[in-house]
Design a protein. Structure first.
Length: 167
């Protein structure tokens, strides 16, 4: 692996499979995955909120598992698979089942937290389906407790998730 030196920062090549497509770029050892996705790759759907892993706005799936991109370094993602909110809809722009339910139930207002909630929800619902389980409303609310939304009051989000989980 070769590195580039620009000024005083040493940049490392980072190659990831993102939303099914291999992408390459460079990152310093301290570059957060959120910043790499947004600034190096131009994928602005992953939002930066608290930068402490509390709000959940930066949630992506890393090797199929939901994680906080603000707590992950870009160099840690080298050689791995990442799914972002941009990858939920199909290539023609048709919304996923989950995104369509959010739209039907008006489960977003400002939209800042939505991408992280969608990514956590997609991961969680996939795991429940593997187990052949349907969640209770309380389980949906428990899962959402890892996300901060200052607009919706969560009720429309819960309704959307319950619809998808029980479809």
């Amino acid at each position: 692996m070769t590195s580039q030196i620009l000024g005083r920062a040493q940049l490392h090549p980072v190659t990831i499979e993102i939303n099914g497509r291999v992408r390459q770029g460079h990152a310093s050892p301290r570059t957060l995955l959120t910043d790499y996705l947004r600034h190096e790759l131009g994928l602005t759907g992953t939002h930066v909120g608290c930068e402490h892993g509390v709000c959940g706005a930066c949630t992506v799936r890393l090797d199929g598992v939901a994680c906080r991109a603000c707590l992950t370094l870009a160099v840690q993602a080298d050689g791995r698979q990442i799914e972002t909110v941009e990858g939920l809809a199909d290539e023609d722009g048709v919304l996923s089942e989950l995104q369509a339910a959010f739209k039907r139930h008006h489960a977003l207002q400002c939209g800042f937290c939505t991408s992280g909630i969608l990514m956590s929800s997609a991961d969680w619902l996939a795991r429940l389906r593997e187990q052949g389980r349907q969640p209770s409303e309380q389980e949906v609310r428990d899962m959402l407790s890892g996300h901060l939304c200052r607009c919706t009051g969560y009720t429309p989000i819960v309704k959307a998730l319950m619809e998808v989980a029980h479809a």
